[in-house]
Design a protein around this ligand. Structure first.
Ligand code: UD1
Ligand code: UDP
Length: 368
């Protein structure tokens, strides 16, 4: 019997981080040929991650264009992915998460009658506007998926509620914890961000539904906190999306204890998370990693598809309301007990073994 061919697709920073352990496990397994296809939805951010994990894509579709519309991105992705499927002729296509690359990968596979495996399956807010457009991306990808690899039991329940057959869903944990474990030692030797005797607050923001007034309010809250707490440093590695920088720059640039910097590579970012007192973020991945590192996260969104850490009390939703962000942050800076209650080091999203579970499930399924 010929060896099975698996085509893995990565488009953006978080997909590459979360897919790296799966690619490594499949390539080490010996039973399949695992090809890496970069869509290039992100350019600098994707290359940064691939480098950290030592991954060299077999092909790169180079679809990024400055500030392109979602429709233009989708159209380019769908045609380019279809060509790649025709070229590689895989037995399975795998993608991770909820970006436009993932939606288009699932659609391209469907049109070619090719089984699609979805990693981080079943996350839902049940609100198509939040996060936008990711909730639509993952619902549609879910409709087209043969193997759903869910990070948690509640993600599995979301899929069951959508009448996905139970035998197609596998709870594996989130591969982001595998990725985190794989760099932990190297991250410890990476850059120092926290200055002696000063606390560090790490900030990230990039969600499309926060563009405009919500992101401006978030920045005004950070400026207020920086002025109220001059002995605390704020580190904001800003996303290259021009819709982020255009709002953040005039509100935060030049403040003495706020550093705006280029996106950090994964090792440096993990080091920054470890050195921070708390994190303000609208990122999905950060909500999963920070609890495992015992770092409180105040989530700059009104809802989350990752309810487990909120239920555990180690992540709190603060939205984009100025007073809520300021008061919640001050409480974690000033009240040691409140901080300790959120800094407990629980990991609701996995044990670092998700990739090997996924590899074994696919091996068994494809042997049949
Ligand atoms: C995308 C995903 C989002 C994910 C995020 C992770 C979609 C619609 N959005 O958002 O789900 O959470 O990635 O970071 O799939 N840019 C660069 N260099 C880069 C990356 C982006 O210059 O390396 C700029 C370009 O002008 C690009 C713009 O940012 O057009 C937007 O990129 P895009 O991938 O469409 O959306 P993100 O906001 O990055
Ligand atoms: N990250 C990084 N460098 C940064 C900011 C984030 O390596 O400067 C990592 C972070 O640890 C997490 C992932 O990128 O694993 C999250 O990416 P992002 O917030 O862009 O996307 P999301 O998870 O919201 O889809």
């Amino acid at each position: 019997m010929r060896r099975k061919r698996i085509l893995t697709v990565v488009g953006t920073r978080p997909e590459a981080i979360k897919m790296a352990p799966v690619i490594t496990a499949l390539q080490a397994s010996g039973w399949c040929d695992c090809t890496v296809l970069a869509t290039g939805q992100h350019r600098e951010l994707l290359d940064q991650v691939l480098q950290v994990f030592g991954l060299v894509p077999d092909a790169d579709l180079q679809v990024m264009a400055p500030n392109q519309s979602l429709a233009a991105l989708s159209a380019r992705l769908l045609c380019a992915l279809d060509g790649a499927i025709e070229h590689w002729r895989p037995d399975v296509l795998i993608a991770q998460g909820d970006t436009t690359s993932v939606l288009c990968a699932a659609m391209a596979a469907f049109y070619r009658r090719l089984p699609f495996a979805h990693i981080e399956a079943g996350l839902r807010t049940h609100d198509l506007d939040n996060p936008f457009p990711e909730e639509m991306n993952r619902v549609v990808a879910g409709l087209l998926t043969r193997w759903h690899f869910s990070p948690t039991e509640s993600a599995r329940e979301n899929l069951l509620a959508e009448r996905i057959p139970a035998d197609r869903i596998h709870v594996t944990g989130n591969t982001v914890i595998d990725a985190l474990h794989s760099v932990a030692e190297r991250a410890d030797r990476a850059h120092l961000f926290a200055r002696p005797g000063r606390r560090l607050i790490l900030v990230t923001a990039h969600r499309r539904e926060n563009f405009g007034a919500p992101l401006a309010e978030i920045c005004r809250a950070i400026a207020q906190l920086a002025s109220l707490r001059p002995e605390t440093d704020f580190l904001f590695p800003w996303h290259p999306n021009p819709n982020v920088r255009g709002i953040v720059r005039p509100l935060l640039e030049g403040l003495p204890n706020v550093t705006l910097c280029e996106p950090l590579d994964y090792l440096a970012f993990v080091a920054a998370m470890r050195q921070s007192h708390l994190i303000l973020s609208d990122s999905g991945g950060v909500q999963e990693e920070a609890p495992a590192l015992a770092k409180p996260v105040l989530v700059l969104r009104r809802e989350t598809e990752r309810p487990e850490a909120v239920a555990a009390g180690v992540v709190r939703l603060v939205g984009h309301d100025f007073d809520t962000i300021v008061q919640s942050t001050l409480s974690l800076l000033d009240d040691a007990a409140a901080h300790a209650a959120m800094a407990r080091g629980v990991s609701p999203y996995g044990d670092g073994q998700a990739a090997s579970r996924i590899e074994q499930i696919l091996r068994k399924a494809l042997a049949q």
